[in-house]
Ligand binder design. Structure first.
Ligand code: FES
Ligand code: FES
Length: 204
């Protein structure tokens, strides 16, 4: 895996233990059916809900979650923060990119419970104030760095991280460190130009 791909992963976050929870939830009904000699449809009991405290876009949240919930589903379905998009849901397109403690991660592969005590920023919280755009958002507009716009929130979150990481020194470097964000519309030329415009305005 290249450094660029790694930067868009979930490094530095503790690993989850979702497998045990799921396994415990589905094994009990099957065992009961075998013991009685009667075929029983396997049912999945509702899993225990786990509390989560997290700060998102400077606002504190106290939630109670199914431990299998991804950060992306938590944002979109429970908090109505739909800026992060569900493209592949497998960590391969970057449409769901958010920042966790300043690092870019793909939220579809990040269990929500790993966000305990962390600072999360989504595209909704990127601008410095309401009515004002982040320099990267303005640059995407200036350079037509989008067509349908579906990948754009993830592209912008990754682009901001790319600059902050010091990986926007050249067009080639930008392409390498943005390689985890796919655009099916092929707006790559505008995206690279936008990052080159925004980088000096961000001090990068
Ligand atoms: S939706 Fe997360 S990487 Fe594609
Ligand atoms: S602008 Fe359409 S997928 Fe990127």
């Amino acid at each position: 895996m290249s450094d660029a791909e790694g930067d868009c992963g979930t490094q530095g976050l503790p690993h989850p233990n979702r497998r045990e929870v799921i396994a415990a939830g589905i094994s009990l009904p099957v065992v009961a059916g075998v013991a009685s000699g009667i075929a029983q449809p396997a049912s999945t009991p509702a899993p225990e809900r786990i509390p989560l405290r997290v700060t998102i876009n400077d606002a504190p949240y106290e939630l109670s979650l199914d431990p299998r919930t991804s950060a992306l589903d938590m944002l979109r379905e429970q908090l109505s923060l739909t800026g992060a998009k569900k493209g592949c849901d497998h960590g391969q397109c970057g449409a769901c990119t958010i920042h966790v403690d300043g690092r870019r991660v793909v939220s579809c592969l990040t269990p929500a419970l790993q966000l305990e005590g962390r600072q999360v920023v989504t595209i909704e919280g990127l601008a410095p104030s309401s009515g004002e755009l982040h320099p990267m958002q303005q640059a995407f507009i200036d350079h037509d760095g989008l067509q349908c716009g579906y990948c754009t929130p993830g592209q912008i979150m990754s682009a901001v991280a790319c600059v902050r990481e010091g990986h926007a020194g050249s067009a080639d470097q930008i392409r390498e460190y943005m390689s985890g964000n796919l655009c099916r519309c092929g707006a790559y030329a505008g995206i690279v130009a936008a990052i080159q415009q925004a980088a000096p305005r961000m001090g990068g």
